[in-house]
Design a protein around this ligand. Sequence first.
Ligand code: TPP
Ligand code: MG
Length: 557
Amino acid sequence: MIDSPPRSGGRILIDQLALHGTELIFGVPGESYLAALDALHDSPIRFVNARHEAGAANMAEADGKLTGRPGVCFVTRGPGATHGSIGVHTAFADSTPMIFLVGQVPRGHLGREALQELDLRATFAPLAKWAEQVEETARIPELVRRAFAVATSGRPGPVVLALPEDVLAEEAAVADASPYTPARVHPAVRELSGVRERLARASRPLVIVGGGGWSAETARHAQAFAEASALPVACSFRCQDYIDNRSSSFAGHLTTATNPALARRVREADVLLVVGDPLGDVTTGGYTLIEAPDPRQDLIHVHPDPLELGRVFVPAISLLSDSAAFFEAIEPLDGGAWAQDTARARAAQQAWSVPAPGPWQLDLGLVVRQAAERLAGGGIVVGDAGNFSAWVSRYADFHTYPSQLMPQSGAMGYAVPAAVAAKLRHPERPVVCFVGDGGFQMSGLELATAAQERAAIVVIVVNNAMYGTIRMHQERRYPGRVVATTLANPDFVALARACGGDGELVERTDQFMPAFERALASDASTLLELRTAAEAISPSETITSIRAGRSGGSATG
Ligand SMILES: Cc1ncc(C[n+]2csc(CCOP(=O)(O)OP(=O)(O)O)c2C)c(N)n1
Ligand SMILES: [Mg+2]
């Protein structure tokens, strides 16, 4: 095998990334991986240098979500790795394939607490699917190939590879690896019959879709199966684009502020067919809609990772399969017994997603709805964590996969960098990012990266001059005692201009659409600062109503 000319470790690494299909690397450079940067000088791979490693890691995570192939991030040693760790956490929580490369101190300095040294295997053990250090130049092809396979197989997730500086600088004569192929998990015919038999005896069935490994084709198969069987389908937390929201089967979104009619439907279902989703805290309403460990409903859980089946919830039927293979293989069934109920689920979702105008000068519900109607499913809607996202989840709709990028991890600071990555991957599609004033200040300087990369995004900053989510929880538990949740903000419009973009202040609902049209038409990134009333704390509550003990719902991260 050793008939290749000697190459530096950096060159071997970049050659492996290219042969596994990498086109973009998001990162912040460091002297620990100069040999890899040098190899990029003559490579078709584009290095996008973010302004902060959290931005770079969130960009790579978003890229992995959009493509289904590992997004790649490259950072340096302890400070770069710890800054970027939030993106690794999000990739884990969101089941997103990602490869997080970290320059490390030279092998001869390991264990001495050399400058910026960090035990990266130990640090990332609980954050990543696999964390390894490459200690021999000749093993780079083997370990990089394995990193791609691990990131994309079973439940997708992040892999961390530490690369000591001298391993990258040293030369080795080693052959390239063959391109990776993710392992697929197919259901057995007998198991599919068992699923269909149990469903056929149901009177109030519900399908829940979510988790990793989704694709446009899987979305089509899932929709075709659900519609032909007249089954209602709910999307798990922040997986709203997994099925066309215009479908007769779409029953809504299980989120932090779920439609009470949908929550009741989950609780009262007799059979739940859950495909791909690991069933987390938010989707299950804090383990109340689906009780752990023994759900009241008959749970049919389809997942590609055997360790996920029965981990929290004991299924009536466990089926080891990836979502794509399941929806390719399952035959529709007669839905006569529940078709009318599915129509009611659909009607309840439609009623829920129409905003009732409020007394506000700027009505966020109307603004989100108008923006979504203008995009008509063709855009990519990116979101951060915060209460503003409750309006986005409720009043925007999604037609194709992928068209939504929002962190299931609830990480603030995600949206602006994720939007930059989305625009680089889909330059032809409008990319519209919703973010709170708090979240924007965590990563807003990535607008400078957007300008450098000529990625023209639209950033809608919902400015309520506070950490609204935390204020809401504060008012519920400690009414009137406001601590640490008020924000004195910078001039967001001026900030956008300083970063090479443009900006407009929007203070009234009727000012929004003209400003949005100008933003969509612009060649530069445009920030629209929406001034919203602090009193409008969530779509269903005001601060006054919370203080008066008249809470009408919930919204959070
Ligand atoms: C990185 C990170 N830090 C802290 C939190 C806790 N948190 C959740 S929402 C929130 C406030 C968000 O404020 P803003 O972005 O202004 O949105 P708003 O809730 O006001 O709409 C905070 C601090 C978090 N989710 N992520
Ligand atoms: Mg805010």
